[in-house]
Design a protein around this ligand. Structure first.
Ligand code: ATP
Ligand code: ATP
Ligand code: MG
Ligand code: MG
Lengths: 227, 227
C-alpha cells in the first residue's frame, strides 16, 4: 500500500544543501502497524510528509496503493491525500480562528458530507479523544495535549485507510497516551494501515514492526510482538 | 523565590467559565529543582504562565523574589520577566521569519548586549544544544526537536536565575533528552532555580521535588532523590 524506492530528499538552502533523506526504500503492506523511530533531525517528519503526499521527493519513486505519485500535479496529489490518508502533524496545524469542533469538521466539508451529519461525526470524534467538554474552545484556549487530541480526531474523522501519526502522544500524560494508542489499535484492527513516529519505546511497543532512521537512512527494520 | 498564595485562575468564555486553577498555594525556594506533573488539561501550563509573569491570576497573590506581582502593570511585569526568568514554552513560540540564531539573540537585544557579543553568545548557546550546524535555519526549516532546542537556547541565554521549562524534552529522543536534562542540571548546580513540567517519570526523576496537579489543584508534593 506504501512503496518507496530509493527516496532522496534534499533541502536546498542556497549556500548549502541539507540531505534530509539519503535513499529510503521501504514497503508497507495493508493492515500493518509500523513504528518509525530515530534521533531528532534524522528525517522522520520529512519521510512522513512524503508518504502523506504533502511533499515530493527530490528523486526516487513513491507508489501509494500501486499508483506512482512522485511526479503528479498538486491537484491529483491533494485528491489522493484527502481520500486515503489521515495525518496527525507533529505540530498539530490547527486553524487558530476555528473551534475544536470546526477544525475536526474540516475534512468532511472537503468530502462533501452534509452539515448535520458532520456536526454529529465531529462531536463523536472529539468524545472519543476525551474532549466532549472542549468542543467550542479555539486552539489558544486548549492545553498542549488537548490540541494534540483535536489534531488526532480531525485525522480520523473520514475513516482513512492509511493513518500517519507524527508523535501522536508527545504532549500527553501516560493515561491519555494509552487511550490514544488504544484508539489507533482499534483502527488498525479494523483493517487499516498505521504508521506512527515516536521517540518512546513504550509507545513503539504497540506496533508490529519497528523501523529506525539515522541521518536520513534506515538502519534497522524488525518485526515486533506488540504488547 | 516563588510564592503563590491561593491562586485562582478562571477563563471566562461567555456562557461558561473554565476553572483552570482552583486555589494553588506553593513555595519554591532558591536553588530548588522542581518537576510539575499531571494529566493533560490539569492546569500545568496555566500555572507556569502565572509563575513566569506571562499571565495574572483571577485572585490570590504571587510573590517573586519577595515582590508582589499579582497586580502590577504590564510594563513592570515585563521588566521582571526579562531580567529574572527564562521560559521554554510548550509550543516553542519562535519567530517564524527569523533564523535560529536571530531567535536566540532576541533576549539579549532587550538586555542591551552589544551585537558582536550577542552573536557569540547565541552561537555558543546553540552549540550547547547540538545545533551549531543549524544556526541559519528558520523554524520551518527545522525538525520538531530542533525547534524545541532553539527555544531552550533562547531561554537560557541571559543566564536567568529562574528557569521555567514546559515539557522541554517532549519532542526529543532519549539521547538528546538526556543532553538537555544535563544542561538543566548544570544550571541548577550553578545556584539557579529550575521548574520543569513533564509527563515522563524518567525526566521528573532528575528533579529534587515532584509536585502533582489534578484538575487545577495540587494533590501531592514530595521530595525526590534525583538520579
Ligand atoms: N525546509 C527545510 N529546509 C532545510 N532543512 C530542513 C527543512 N526541513 C527539515 N530540514 C532538516 O532536515 C532534517 C530532518 O528533519 P525532520 O523534521 O525530518 O527530522 P525529524 O526526524 O522529524 O526530527 P524530530 O524528531 O526532531 O522531529 C533536520 O536536520 C532539519 O534541520
Ligand atoms: N484561554 C483559555 N480559555 C479557556 N480555557 C482554557 C484556556 N487556556 C487553557 N484552558 C483550559 O484550562 C485547562 C488547563 O490548561 P493547561 O494548558 O494549563 O493544561 P496542561 O496541564 O498544561 O495540559 P497539557 O499537559 O495537555 O499541556 C484546560 O482544560 C484548558 O482547556
Ligand atoms: Mg519530526
Ligand atoms: Mg501544557
Amino acid at each position: 500500500v506504501i512503496e518507496l524506492e530509493n527516496i532522496i530528499k534534499d533541502f536546498n538552502m542556497g549556500t548549502i544543501t541539507v540531505n534530509a533523506l539519503r535513499g529510503i526504500s521501504l514497503t508497507v503492506n495493508k493492515n500493518e502497524f509500523v513504528a518509525l523511530m530515530g534521533p531528532s533531525g534524522s528525517g522522520k517528519s520529512t519521510l512522513m510528509n512524503i508518504i502523506g503526499c504533502l511533499d515530493t521527493p527530490t528523486s526516487g519513486n513513491y507508489f501509494i496503493n500501486g499508483q506512482n505519485v512522485s511526479n503528479i500535479d498538486d491537484e491529483k496529489l491533494a485528491a489522493i491525500r484527502n481520500k486515503e490518508i489521515g495525518f496527525i502533524f507533529q505540530s498539530f496545524n490547527l486553524l487558530s480562528r476555528q473551534t475544536a469542533l470546526e477544525n475536526v469538521m474540516l475534512p468532511q466539508i472537503y468530502a462533501g458530507v452534509p452539515k448535520t451529519q458532520r456536526l454529529l461525526n465531529a462531536k463523536n470524534a472529539l468524545e472519543k479523544v476525551g474532549l466532549a467538554d472542549r468542543v467550542d474552545h479555539k486552539p489558544n484556549e486548549l492545553s498542549g495535549g488537548q490540541k494534540q487530541r483535536v489534531a488526532t480526531a480531525r485525522a480520523l474523522i473520514n475513516n482513512p485507510s492509511i493513518i500517519l501519526a507524527d508523535e501522536p502522544t508527545g504532549a500527553l500524560d501516560t493515561k491519555t497516551s494509552l487511550e490514544i494508542m488504544k484508539l489507533l489499535e482499534e483502527i488498525h484492527d479494523a483493517g487499516n494501515t498505521v504508521v506512527i513516529v515516536t521517540h518512546e519505546e513504550d509507545i513503539a511497543a504497540h506496533a508490529h514492526r519497528i523501523i529506525r532512521l539515522v541521518d536520513g537512512q534506515i538502519v534497522s527494520d524488525k518485526p515486533n510482538t506488540p504488547i
